[in-house]
Design a protein around this ligand. Structure first.
Ligand code: SF4
Length: 98
């Protein structure tokens, strides 16, 4: 769910509570909701600190759908196949997250 959609739903929910149409109820977020963002930031930070946040498209078609094509240049999929797997470990950890 995009952030804009979340904000719209939050505003709608607040309006419904304010008008008395619904009753507010506290719920605990699932553990992944609270830990996932910090894990993503930790991995991205680690990749940036390592000086190697690699472009590594998931497949040959990914770049065709991506706006960063002019930045990465052509054939990034093929170049990715030659990158040492151990240097792509952070990328793999990021993609393994739920
Ligand atoms: S164009 Fe660059 S950023 Fe986009 S998918 Fe390809 S490698 Fe990744």
């Amino acid at each position: 769910m995009g952030i804009r959609r979340c904000l719209v739903l939050a505003a709608l929910g607040a309006a419904l509570v304010a008008t008395g149409a619904v009753r507010a109820q506290e719920v605990s977020p699932p553990a992944t909701t609270t830990t996932l963002p910090s894990e993503v930031l930790r991995i991205v930070g680690e990749a940036l600190r390592s000086g190697f946040p690699p472009a590594a498209p998931i497949d040959a078609l990914a770049c065709e759908r991506c706006d960063y094509g002019p930045v990465c240049g052509p054939w990034e999929w093929l170049r990715t196949q030659r990158k040492p797997p151990e240097r792509l470990a952070l990328r793999s950890r990021l993609r393994a997250l739920p």
